[in-house]
Write a protein of this length. Structure first.
Length: 165
């Protein structure tokens, strides 16, 4: 083995990794672009939630007694709080603006997950390991084989009981 650093990319898994590094770089660039959009949508999401909370709390403060004197007033304050928050947040969640923003937020999150999965697959491929999909396929096959074996064992037990009689 050579002591030169550039020689490392010509042996073993490093060679495959070096060949696939462009794919990883492209995925990272796309992740950064998606992160910008994700951050915008998540900021808007929490802004909408906090604004709705603030407005609802102001409404509660106007309707509820300042200092509840007894259990009935405390219960009345709880009911007021629940009704106002329920109405205001239902209105928020039903709004078109919230729905569009939340849909975009989830979409960006799924895109980020896709890019991370792509990077993971490239790295696994570089070191000659199976991808997540391939491992999932093997697990499904193992599961179906276990079911078949259990079924066959059950049938074998039934057959042995028949023959024993």
């Amino acid at each position: 083995m050579s002591s030169k650093p550039q020689a490392l990319t010509s042996i073993g898994p490093m060679r495959a990794f070096a060949a696939n590094s462009k794919k990883i770089a492209v995925e990272l660039i796309e992740i950064n672009e998606n992160l910008l959009g994700f951050n915008q949508y998540i900021t808007e999401y929490y802004k909408q939630l906090s604004e709705t909370w603030g407005v609802a709390q102001k409404k509660v403060n106007q309707k509820a007694p300042k200092i509840p004197q007894d259990v009935e007033q405390i219960e009345a304050t709880k009911r007021i709080w629940i009704d106002i928050f329920d109405n205001d947040f239902t209105e928020l969640f039903d709004s078109k603006k919230f729905g569009e923003n939340y849909g975009n937020l989830v979409s960006k999150e799924l895109e980020l997950t896709k890019h991370w999965n792509n990077i993971t697959n490239v790295i696994l491929q570089s070191v000659n390991l199976p991808s997540k999909e391939e491992v999932d396929e093997v697990y499904k096959e193992i599961h179906s084989l276990k079911k078949r074996v259990s079924k066959l064992e059950l049938e074998l037990k039934k057959e042995k009981r028949k023959n024993a009689k």
